[in-house]
Design a protein around this ligand. Structure first.
Ligand SMILES: Cc1ncc(COP(=O)(O)O)c(C=O)c1O
Length: 454
């Protein structure tokens, strides 16, 4: 995230004050950061852990429920929740207990554990699709589903929405040239050699005419989409968009893959289930097993039949689908516990109630201060958007987004004990989020409004 303290932004002096505040109050994190530089690139085990707006890396001592404690002993109300990985709170008790139990009984065997049938049954009950496969991460699951989709349809093309993010999946790391509508490689992606324009098409979200045009030559194997764009701010679907889009996909023989890795926060069973959509594939990762690395993808009985057929017709050997540790015993135990205890109407009722209270509190304050901002909510997750109306497409975010204000808001809130998701201003409520956490965020938001220039 950008350092705006040395720019001409009106926020620059305020941002610099927040940077100094962080540096003065996090000596232990800064020392760990220096120490880690010796053997970790950028001083972190994953380079994007440096992409927070803090002048140094925040090191975590402990995370439990929604309370996160940093190396310097400061406590934070966590609304980032590992960018959804910890959506059910950090170390939810049933999952932590299942992991501890299984840890003494075998971690990985490359054979299915005995609770496999129960897990399959629960996936089917919770998410409404009858047949499932697993992966380690949502990126993997999306890659694997794309292979299946191209194999069963015998079509080469993939269709995605402008502003999409589906993980480290080469086919999807694309942008749309606004003047020609052509597919462009995403400029920030490193080591990119694929000719994306050959196999991936990109259209604006919420644009049924563009969807119809992209599907019309019968070459598109699948539309891979989140029900709402959640990685480009939060861009919700127009009313009626998905039923119409689904019908267009059906008409053109294109498979609909819904990536619900984030929108699983919408309601029990995710967005598609709650809105009675019938995707051909459903992908979920991150929070699905309560925070342990795990992803799943489900599909219809008809699709299962077609997948069996292509696999049986293929020569023996590598399918390009799967990794050795996928569905290991530890992961399966965590998934079983999460499905039984976390993916329930009761946990969601609490999450949604807290999210509604937070949305209302933020909107009241925005109106009272007459700020041209909005809050867009989808179930338990919401986005503070520094623009007057909810965006409909990625271009709206490009035109009206305010990265400086977002970066400042993040750092200001972090310095006062509230964590938002970096890269954009997402807040997620979990079953562990208490009224006091919501009040804490609102109180810090009041403080923010009091210092921001008009
Ligand atoms: C919608 C969506 N799909 C897939 C992924 C990839 O998840 P992972 O990084 O766990 O592979 C992400 C990550 O943010 C995501 O937002």
């Amino acid at each position: 995230m950008s350092d705006i303290s040395s720019t001409s932004s009106p926020l620059a002096p305020l941002f610099e004050a927040e940077r100094q505040r962080f540096l003065a109050s996090h000596p232990r994190s800064l020392a760990l950061s220096t120490e880690s530089q010796a053997h970790f690139l950028f001083g972190v085990p994953l380079h994007w852990m440096r992409d927070w707006p803090t002048p140094g890396t925040l090191f975590v001592q402990q995370a439990q429920g929604v309370q996160l404690t940093c190396a310097d002993g400061h406590r934070y109300a966590d609304f980032c929740l590992g960018d959804t990985g910890a959506m059910f709170g950090h170390s939810p008790a049933p999952v932590a207990e299942a992991i501890a139990r299984q840890a003494a009984q075998g971690l990985t065997c490359m054979l299915p554990a005995v609770d496999t049938p129960a897990v399959g049954r629960m996936l089917s009950e919770r998410f409404g699709l009858p047949v499932w496969q697993m992966a380690m991460t949502a990126s993997d699951a999306n890659r694997f589903v794309l292979r299946w989709a191209r194999a069963v349809t015998q079509r080469p093309q993939l269709l995605v929405f402008d502003g999409c993010y589906h993980g480290a999946v080469d086919d999807t790391l694309v942008d749309r040239d606004p003047s020609t509508g052509q597919t462009l490689p995403r400029a920030s992606v490193l080591g990119q050699v694929h000719n994306h324009a050959a196999y991936t098409r990109v259209i604006p979200f919420n644009d049924l005419a563009a969807l119809e045009a992209a599907l019309s030559d019968g070459q598109v194997a699948a539309l891979l989409a989140e029900p709402a764009l959640t990685n480009f701010g939060l861009v919700p679907p127009d009313a009626g968009f998905w039923p119409a889009a689904q019908a267009l996909c059906r008409r053109h023989g294109t498979l609909l893959i819904m990536d619900e890795t984030h929108t699983i926060s919408t309601a029990p069973g995710g967005y598609a289930h709650a809105h009675r959509l019938e995707p051909d594939f459903l992908v979920m990762g991150k929070a699905i097993a309560g925070g342990l690395p795990c992803a799943v993808y489900g599909f219809s009985a008809d699709m299962a039949q077609r997948m069996r057929a292509v696999k049986e017709q293929a020569p023996e050997g590598h399918s390009g689908i799967g990794t050795t540790l996928t569905a290991n015993a530890l992961t399966l135990a965590a998934l079983a516990a999460a499905l039984e205890h976390l993916h329930t109407p009761a946990t969601y009722a609490h999450m949604l109630q807290q999210a509604e209270a937070l949305e209302q509190g933020l909107m009241q304050r925005i109106r009272a201060h007459q700020r041209p901002w909005t809050v867009t909510r989808l179930g338990a997750r919401m986005e503070l958007q520094f623009m007057a109306t909810t965006p409909r497409q990625a271009d709206d975010v490009r035109q009206h987004g305010q990265p400086d204000w977002e970066a400042f808001t993040h750092l200001f809130m972090l310095n006062r004990g509230v964590l938002l998701t970096p890269f954009h201003s997402m807040m997620l409520c979990s079953p562990a989020t208490q009224d006091s956490d919501v009040q804490r965020l609102l109180q810090v938001f009041d403080e923010l409004l009091a210092v921001l220039p008009s």
